[in-house]
Design a binder for this molecule. Structure first.
Ligand code: ADE
Ligand code: ZN
Length: 336
């Protein structure tokens, strides 16, 4: 249909994609074989790529997904593994009409297994260079901290010399906060975010995915974030919704993720209309595309099927996505 052609053609930005969440079952098994990784023998889901893929259709919660997500990424060892992962995502995104991608990664999930930060970054940077050269896609890296780990561990990672160097040389643009939400409210990470702010880093945090709207307010008040990842629970607090609208803070919404992790029953339940009516800025994203059954264009199409937006509304969403991006002003003007 004409609207789907428009959705493909629009200059899209993606702001909420965990590169580790782009690890497909087939690449997972390929790397496990190559790197001699031991996968769980007591879970039949790890029998084959097909059985793993079908297990992904039945997540019961964020934590159920995260269990598979952290096992999956244990196959990533060499710079070439991280490069192959990021490059496979960049190619898929480009085919979906993504012109600019700001991608998350979880260094603590790798350094805790003995993989050096420089290994992760050299692989990702090789893929980013290729995306720029071969796909004309611009990319930014966002270093995420795992909120289920003690805040002092997060601060120690933040302070590591090679991590600091990646901030200083511009390889990493900002920080994020992800993993299990409910028991780990944003304010635990106040010191980390204050330090990041002092260094001029951009700041975002997952909030209001499984957690309540109050976590969104806490992330804004105690972390100084300029974006909120997910944030769908914002629709439950009209006053806070007005405040977010006026502040220009952008939500990075992930419809397939919300359905697969049972935060909503269907894409129709993602409060797209409420956000449009309230003037809340948002972008539409894939989160962990290899786990949730769709890349960014499939998320756009699902929103269209469920919410029937007009052409102008879609153009405005993509324009807000460009304006809310963390690239240079010069690059924003090219993207418009
Ligand atoms: N890590 C990867 N995907 C995530 C999500 N949707 N929420 C929290 N942490 C994540
Ligand atoms: Zn996420």
């Amino acid at each position: 249909s004409p609207i789907h052609a428009l959705l493909l053609a629009l200059p899209k930005c993606e702001h909420h994609i965990h590169l580790e969440g782009a690890l497909t079952p087939s690449l997972l098994f390929e790397l496990a074989a190559r790197n001699n990784t031991t996968l769980p023998v007591d879970d039949l889901a790890f029998t084959s790529p097909e059985s793993l893929r079908s297990r992904y259709e039945h997540f019961t919660s964020l934590d159920d997904f995260l269990h598979y997500y952290y096992i999956g990424m244990s196959v990533l060892i060499l710079p070439s593994d991280f490069e192959a992962l990021a490059w496979s995502y960049f190619q898929r995104a480009a085919a979906n009409g993504v012109h600019h991608a700001e991608v998350f990664f979880d260094p603590q999930a790798h350094t805790s297994r003995g993989v050096a930060y420089s290994t992760i970054l050299s692989g990702f940077n090789a893929a980013r260079h290729r995306a720029h050269e071969e796909l004309r896609m611009s990319t930014e890296l966002i270093c995420c901290f795992l909120r289920h780990l003690p805040p002092p561990d997060c601060l120690a990672t933040f302070n590591q010399a090679e991590v600091q160097q990646s901030f200083e040389n511009g390889a990493v643009t900002g920080i994020g906060l992800d993993s299990s939400e409910l028991d780990f409210p944003p304010q635990l990470f106040g010191e980390l975010y204050r330090k990041a702010g002092e260094q001029g880093l951009r700041r975002t945090a997952h909030a209001g995915e499984e957690g309540p709207a109050a976590y969104i307010a806490n992330a804004i008040d105690t972390l100084g974030v300029e974006r909120i990842d997910h944030g769908i629970k914002l629709a439950e607090d009209a006053e806070l919704m007005q405040r977010v609208a006026e502040s220009g803070i952008m939500l990075t919404i992930c419809p397939f993720s919300n359905v697969l992790l049972r935060c909503v029953k269907s894409v129709a339940e993602v409060p797209i209309r409420k956000f449009l009516n309230a003037g809340v800025r948002f972008s539409i994203n894939s989160d962990d595309p290899a786990y949730f059954g769709g890349y960014v264009l499939e998320n756009y199409c699902a929103v269209q099927e469920a919410h029937n937006l007009g052409e102008e509304e879609w153009e405005n969403i993509c324009q807000a996505g460009i304006e809310g991006s963390w690239c240079t002003q010069e690059r924003k003007e090219e993207l418009l």
